[in-house]
Design a protein around this ligand. Structure first.
Ligand code: NOJ
Length: 746
């Protein structure tokens, strides 16, 4: 393995460090964002609030913003007091970088970071959707393309991948992460880190990943954002930490601490999480940044007396960079001088930051080259193709009664729903650099595929339903395609919902459309699993379209016309009713598994199982599995199964391999995904797919942090979703098998 930095680069960092003043070191630990200053009659926060509650329209807000003055912190940069900034404009990045490189004493470059969560200029499906492609190569390609596009804009650091395991769809941020399962999330994590970081052939092609949010944020109580998190160690170790462990093993450079407290300690000031686990145990090479404003929020958490106290605790815990509060900037020097923080804490943080900048090549290539700026103003064909492929692979067919889909090209279609013709709505939460001209709405995509289509907006997640429109829609089409779901603003940060059924009057609209007696296809656009009990019962065809990015319209049109055979799977379980949340397939065994007998683990008024389970997704063809084989090959189990296309069109099958540890010293999950494989199959074709399961991955961590590989009976399953089809039992002894390292516990 080649060293991350050369000897010479390390020397450069050390020399620099030894020539820096304390202020300059602290400056490196300070991240600023562009601030909007002055000129308003009300504070900026209130303006945002006014836009959110509708007192200001988006257009009015944008007009105010375009005339507002912005502070890029030039003076602070000039004094060496800024290490990083969040800026998106490449010319501005170069201008600020020039100040850092040419006008500061030591010429240390800035690192520009941004939330590039699912694409930059090309926007791909939101993560919860892309994870459901079960295609790590695709996940890597989209990350790599995002890295190229952002680096051409001066952004060398992505606050991504977001790796929060999430089991409660009420939480708005489920949209940003890879779903509920640690195995799929780890595959996603590795693919993303490879895509973002691994092409060192040129500084145009790679960025530093920032794994977030470390850790447990996906388990906020009752799915309410920023809420408290309580979690047993074994749940943390076996589930929530797994994707982070995988990503650091893959070489991830940086991490963002989460907002939440974990068992009473906010991650921002948690030395066990930051120093002991992330830095020492996992061996994170680079630095840890706080989430926005999070150091300050430790006062509100009631864990710090004041800002200085919060800064002291955070620095001591191993939090290297302060996002947005300037608490380090204003307090660390005094704290060091008073002996309340040791100089080595500051040195370590600063060294880590400088090393990442060195690793990124910023010392030698601080600027975005002239030719690079604007390079992706017009998206090249291969970028558009990738956006289309990722969207096509991520949509999930949930129901197709009577083979309503695909729809014949000459069918008269009534296309219904505001969401079907709104460019902003296909993009999804956390996308900032997209351009309208690249976006293809569902209406635009379908009009190309179905010449006899007519569009009737009718209404959507917000506002009233236009009855007259709905009546016309019912009268015109042979088929009605209703595009319903959530607006972009209904998922993502600060967008938890207590009721995750279709919002607004959309169910009434569906009822009206169904009453026409015409076949209705429901195309969903949403950022979280929805509670679809009613829809699953009444609507004959349902296609889960998520927010699929700039090519969403073409992807959906291709699937509806049958040009593309759907292959996406669910990365998260869908409940029938909201009250089933949190819901996830890999839940622990109980002493009373749900059954028709009353005194079992169940609700009186909801089904036992998920409506659509993790891993589920239909296709226009059918696949059957047979011949599950499990072979003991020493350090690994060789698992294979045959999968056959038994339908009439070609497609890609996703075979999933699960395991159950039947008896153990801790209650284990009823199933755990351990591997998966995709197979491209022509009608009638059969292939064997494989999964090589390392025996050391068959154990678990207990509450004491000890990794247990316990001899005994195991069940190995193969299936097309987490409810599985075939099973083989095998009795194993782990004598001589190397174990995963134990976790350090407090
Ligand atoms: C807050 C969000 O929690 C985090 O995901 C994001 O990276 C930062 N803000 C920066 O925008």
């Amino acid at each position: 393995m080649t060293a991350r930095l050369t000897e010479e680069q390390r020397d450069r960092v050390e020399k620099l460090l030894s020539s820096m003043t304390l202020e300059e070191k602290i400056g490196q630990m300070n991240q600023e964002s562009v601030s909007i200053v002055g000129g308003f009659d009300v504070p900026f926060e209130q303006l945002i609030e006014m836009m959110t509650d509708g007192r200001l329209s988006k257009e009015e807000f944008q007009t105010i913003m375009s005339t507002a003055k912005t502070d890029y912190h030039e003076d602070a940069i000039r004094k060496g007091l800024v290490g990083s900034l969040m800026v998106q404009d490449p010319e501005k990045c170069n201008e600020l970088q020039r100040i850092a490189v040419e006008e500061t004493r030591l010429g240390i470059p800035l690192i520009f970071g941004l939330d590039v969560i699912h694409g930059f200029r090309s926007v791909y499906p939101i993560a919860i959707a892309e994870a459901g492609s079960f295609d790590p190569e695709l996940m890597e390609e989209t990350a790599s393309m995002a890295a190229r596009e952002s680096r051409a804009c001066g952004v060398a650091w992505h606050f991504a991948p977001m790796l929060d395991i999430a089991r409660d769809a009420r939480w708005g941020r489920v949209s940003e992460g890879p779903g509920e399962d640690p195995c799929l999330a780890s595959a996603f994590a590795r693919a993303k880190v490879r895509g973002l970081q691994n092409d060192h052939s040129s500084t145009d092609h790679y960025v530093a990943a920032c794994l977030k949010h470390f850790v447990g944020y996906g388990a906020v109580e009752s799915g309410k954002d920023y809420n408290t998190v309580s979690m047993a160690n074994h749940v943390l170790f076996n589930n929530y930490l797994e994707p982070f462990r995988a990503a650091v093993e893959e070489g991830a450079e940086t991490v963002m601490a989460s907002f939440n407290d974990l068992n009473g300690v906010p991650s921002t000031v948690n030395p066990w999480l930051l120093r002991t686990i992330m830095k020492k145990h996992f061996g994170l090479p680079g630095f840890i940044v706080s989430d926005a404003n999070a150091i300050k929020e430790c006062v509100a958490h009631g864990i710090a007396e004041d800002e200085a106290d919060a800064g002291r605790q955070a620095a001591e815990a191993g939090l290297d960079m302060d996002m947005g509060t300037e608490i380090y900037l204003h307090n660390l020097k005094k704290l060091v001088e008073e002996g309340k923080i040791s100089m080595s804490v500051v040195d370590d943080a600063c060294r880590r930051i400088l090393e990442v900048k060195m690793w990124l090549g910023l010392f030698d290539h601080p600027y975005t080259r002239e030719g690079e700026i604007g390079k992706y103003e017009t998206l090249p064909e291969e970028h558009v193709d990738l956006a289309l492929r990722s969207a096509e692979e991520s949509a999930v067919l949930l129901k197709n009664e009577g083979d309503i889909l695909p729809i014949a090209g000459d069918a008269k279609i009534s296309l219904v729903g505001n969401l079907a013709d709104d460019k902003e709505q296909i993009i999804g939460a956390w996308a900032m650099s997209w351009k309208e001209k690249d976006c293809v709405t569902i209406r635009e995509g379908m009009e190309k595929e179905f010449p006899k289509l007519r569009y009737f907006p009718c209404g959507g997640p917000e506002g009233e339903i236009n009855e007259a429109d709905a009546e016309e829609a019912c009268a015109y089409g042979d088929v009605i395609v209703a595009v319903l779901g959530e607006t972009v603003a209904m998922s993502g940060e600060a967008s938890s919902r207590a009721d995750i059924t279709l919002p607004g009057d959309q169910r009434q609209l569906l009822e009206k459309l169904l009453a026409s007696g015409k076949p209705v296809v429901l195309v969903l656009m949403n950022g979280r699993p929805l509670a679809l009990g009613w829809e699953a019962e009444h609507v004959p065809a349902i296609l889960e379209g998520w927010h699929l990015g700039i090519q969403m319209g073409n992807a959906i049109a291709h699937i509806l016309s049958g040009r593309k055979n759907p292959e996406g799977r669910l990365s998260s379980s869908f409940p029938a009713v909201t009250g089933q949340c949190p819901i996830y397939y890999n839940h622990p065994n109980t002493g009373r598994p749900a059954s028709n007998f009353k005194f079992t683990s169940r609700y009186l008024d909801a089904p036992f199982q998920a409506l659509y389970p993790f891993g589920f997704g239909l296709s226009y063809t059918t696949y059957t599995l047979r011949d599950l084989k499990v072979e003991d090959k020493g350090n690994v189990l060789g698992i294979s199964a045959k999968v056959k296309n038994t339908g009439k069109c070609s497609g890609r099958a996703t075979v999933q391999f699960y395991m159950q540890d039947v008896t153990a010293s801790l209650v284990r999950p009823i199933r755990e995904l351990k591997g998966f494989a995709k197979a491209e199959l022509a009608p009638g074709e059969e292939k064997t797919v494989f999964c090589s399961l390392e025996k050391k991955r068959m154990g678990f961590w207990n509450n004491q942090g000890e990794y247990r590989l316990e001899d005994g009976l195991f069940r190995i399953y193969a299936g097309q979703d987490s409810t599985t089809e075939m099973m083989q039992e095998i009795r194993l002894s782990f004598d001589g098998i190397e174990k995963e390292p134990d976790y350090p516990v407090i």
